[in-house]
Design a protein around this ligand. Structure first.
Ligand SMILES: [Zn+2]
Ligand SMILES: [Zn+2]
Length: 183
């Protein structure tokens, strides 16, 4: 997909994700919409939290641009299958939900399939308010990441977070081992 020279802010997002695709552009513009609404900078620590209602390409823009990441625990996945994202700023105690309202179908090819390049070009250039609904929401941020104690699985011997351990026949096991024992 060749869209010509990309904006400076987009280049590291594409490098992080590994390719340029319509989904990533939805995320890139959604971050812009959320940042504009909340007047955000980059998250240094955990003051930002993103709740992503899908686990597709778009989410990588939130990881790269806002530093809300799966590893830090300030990226939460809600499996709703929607291109919708809630970004919370703990310091300002504000949150906005950004949901995609653009129309992929208008880029449908007569023979079937989507004209991805035309769709991508629209995603890159269209005004934000034609692509997203943005609403201020009141959301309780999830608790900050806590360091949890580990137990040793009684079957495979691997350390496992205590809250994920399962007791089977009096033995404390990790989830995969418990599933195998119960199979
Ligand atoms: Zn992608
Ligand atoms: Zn185990």
């Amino acid at each position: 997909m060749d869209l010509g020279p990309l904006p400076d802010q987009l280049q590291p997002v594409v490098a992080f994700h590994g390719h340029l695709c319509p989904g990533l552009l939805i995320g890139y513009r959604a971050v812009q919409a959320a940042s504009q609404a909340l007047d955000l900078g980059r998250s240094e620590d955990e003051e930002l939290v993103t709740v992503a209602e899908n686990n597709s390409c778009s989410v990588d823009a939130f990881q790269q641009m806002l530093s809300t990441t799966f590893g830090k625990g300030n990226l939460v996945w809600q499996d709703n299958g929607k291109q919708a994202f809630t970004v919370m700023d703990r310091r300002k105690n504000r949150a906005v939900r950004v949901s995609f309202i653009g129309d992929r179908l208008k880029h449908q090819r007569p023979g079937g399939g989507t004209d991805r390049e035309a769709f991508a070009r629209e995603l890159l250039n269209a005004p934000l308010d034609s692509l997203f609904k943005v609403e201020e929401v009141a959301v309780e941020p999830p608790p900050r990441a806590v360091i949890e104690t580990s137990i040793i699985c009684g079957r495979c011997g691997e350390p496992t977070q205590a809250s994920r351990a399962v007791t089977v026949d009096g033995k404390t096991l990790c989830r995969p081992c418990a599933a195998e024992v119960n199979a």
